[in-house]
Every structure is written in structure tokens, then in C-alpha cells.
Design a protein around this ligand. Structure first.
Ligand SMILES: Nc1ncnc2c1ncn2[C@@H]1O[C@H](COP(=O)(O)OP(=O)(O)OP(=O)(O)O)[C@@H](O)[C@H]1O
Ligand SMILES: [Mg+2]
Length: 265
């Protein structure tokens, strides 16, 4: 079988890795939260991380953009290559990494400012000042995030007035505005209703044409629906990693099978 055939049978056009980890171990003080994680994130694919609460999914996704740096007592060993460069090397510019690898959190966290300013914020920080250019970026990002039609006549209103699902799509637009290469999402739909969730899922499926997406989810149906690759984690270990169809239909490990069939978790 062609290795580039995705879950839905369409060629995804790429089997290149954008992020590769090698023997990553991470501790919070004395807690050993990640054990020997070696894995690859493939370009233009959606990779889902699943596993029971506390298994290390959020910790691992934060490893990819050095978000754990800001946690006191957190120590990491091993290598995390982003396009061939170890992002934990001392000469790496963390701001640059976070521009190229965006993060969406569980709870939508729009800034307390207008819809427009939320999206323009990142590009402004990165030096774009011309109003016409910012207008262009704001519209393009909101369209990509499937939100434009709902907010085009309220760009100057506060983002806090949007619904939860709209706020989450705004956060996605805000992430897209700085043209990242990878988008990390930590349970992006767990605070949303089914309709808003479906919109975000459609959006993620669209996004992978241009971006690489890594998503943490508690919802196994969601992982099966939207991801190309799935990693199953348990007690800080990556127990199994592979094509989503394989993980769900022919898991290679008993632990994976027990989890996806709902025997624990
Ligand atoms: N800031 C922190 N300080 C200390 N320990 C932490 C911290 N964050 C996470 N941990 C611990 O690391 C382990 C992994 O936690 P993590 O949040 O990555 O799990 P998770 O798989 O995302 O869980 P959930 O599904 O509940 O979000 C847990 O034992 C957790 O208690
Ligand atoms: Mg988590």
C-alpha cells in the first residue's frame, strides 16, 4: 500500500517529518512525566495524541513549542528537532519557535480587545504596521478559521462578546495570522457544544492542506474522524504510534486495544 495514502484514501502529498523527538524525558521536580518519547510529526497531516488523564498528552504537546520552559522545576532531556534543528539548543530563539509553531488551548482565551485587534496583534508584534496589510491578514486569517462571515460586520466589537465556539475559531485565526507551520491544539473542543465542535473539526480537516496539526483529545471518535496519525500514551510513555486506521482497527498493543475499546480511561 502507498505509504502516502491517508485515512480517507486521499494522497496527502507528503510523508516528510516536521518535528522529530528523540528519547525525550521530562520531569516536574521528582515526577517523571515523559519517558523516552521518540516520534515523528508528519507535514500536512493531523496527528492526534490520546490516552487517559494524566498520561502526559499536554506535557508532550508543550514540548513541541517549549511551553514547558515557563513551568518552575520542569526539566527536559533528549532532542526535539523542528525542521532538522534541535529547538532545545541554547542558540534557539524561543519567540521565533512560537511564531512558527502556534498553540491553541482548551479554553478559548481571546485577548480583551476587539475581534480585529486579536488577529492583528501577532503581525503587529512581528513588525507589520501598514493598516492595509493588517486588514488583508485579518480577513485572510478569519476566512481560514471559517469565522469571517460571522464577524465581518463586528470587527470593532469586543472578542469577549463572541460565543465560545466563535472565540475558539478567533483564537485559531489569531494563531494563523502569524503564518505558523505547525498548529498545536490541546483539547480545543472540550469546552464547546457539538455544533461548534463539528465546525472546528471541519476546520482542522481543511487546515492540514496548508499546515501540520497536532491535537490532544479525550474524544476517541474525534481522533478517529479527523486524524491521519494517532499516538496512544499511558503513564508518560508513548505506547503506540501509527496511522489512525491501524491504531483503531488493528492496535498492536493490548493496552491500546483496552483503551480504545473503553476498558479503562
Ligand atoms: N505544572 C506541573 N507541575 C507538576 N506536575 C505536573 C504539571 N503539569 C502536569 N504535571 C503532571 O505530569 C503528568 C502529566 O500531566 P499532563 O497534564 O501532561 O497529562 P494529560 O495527559 O494532559 O492529562 P489530562 O487528560 O487530564 O489533561 C501528571 O502526573 C501531572 O500531574
Ligand atoms: Mg491535558
Amino acid at each position: 500500500m502507498n505509504k502516502d495514502i491517508t485515512r480517507d484514501g486521499k494522497a496527502n502529498g507528503s510523508s516528510q517529518s516536521v518535528i522529530t523527538t528523540q528519547d525525550v524525558n521530562l520531569w516536574y521536580g521528582a515526577t517523571h512525566a515523559l519517558l523516552d518519547i521518540t516520534m515523528e510529526i508528519k507535514t500536512n497531516n493531523v496527528t492526534a495524541l490520546i490516552g487517559p488523564s494524566g498520561c502526559g498528552k499536554s506535557t508532550l504537546i508543550r514540548v513541541f513549542d517549549r511551553m514547558n520552559d515557563i513551568i518552575d522545576g520542569c526539566r527536559i532531556e533528549g532532542k526535539v528537532y523542528f525542521r532538522g534543528k534541535n529547538i532545545y539548543d541554547p542558540d534557539v530563539d524561543v519567540i521565533e519557535i512560537r511564531k512558527r509553531i502556534g498553540m491553541i488551548f482548551q479554553k478559548p482565551n481571546p485577548f480583551p480587545m476587539s475581534v480585529y485587534d486579536n488577529v492583528a496583534y501577532g503581525p503587529k508584534v512581528h513588525g507589520i504596521t501598514a493598516r492595509s496589510h493588517l486588514d488583508e491578514i485579518v480577513e485572510k486569517s478569519l476566512r481560514l478559521a471559517a469565522l469571517w462571515n460571522e464577524v465581518e460586520d463586528r470587527l470593532d466589537q469586543s472578542a469577549i462578546g463572541l460565543s465560545g465556539g466563535q472565540q475558539q475559531r478567533l483564537c485559531i485565526a489569531r494563531a494563523l495570522a502569524v503564518e505558523p507551520e505547525v498548529i498545536l491544539m490541546d483539547e480545543p473542543t472540550s469546552a464547546l457544544d457539538p455544533i461548534a465542535t463539528a465546525k472546528i473539526e471541519d476546520l482542522i480537516t481543511d487546515l492540514r492542506k496548508q499546515y501540520t496539526v497536532v491535537i490532544v483529545t479525550h474524544n476517541m471518535q474525534q481522533a478517529a474522524r479527523i486524524s491521519d496519525f494517532t499516538g496512544f500514551m499511558y503513564l508518560g510513555k508513548l505506547i503506540e504510534f501509527g496511522r489512525t486506521v491501524q491504531i483503531f482497527e488493528r492496535p498492536g498493543q493490548e493496552l491500546t486495544e483496552n483503551y480504545i475499546t473503553g476498558r479503562f480511561g
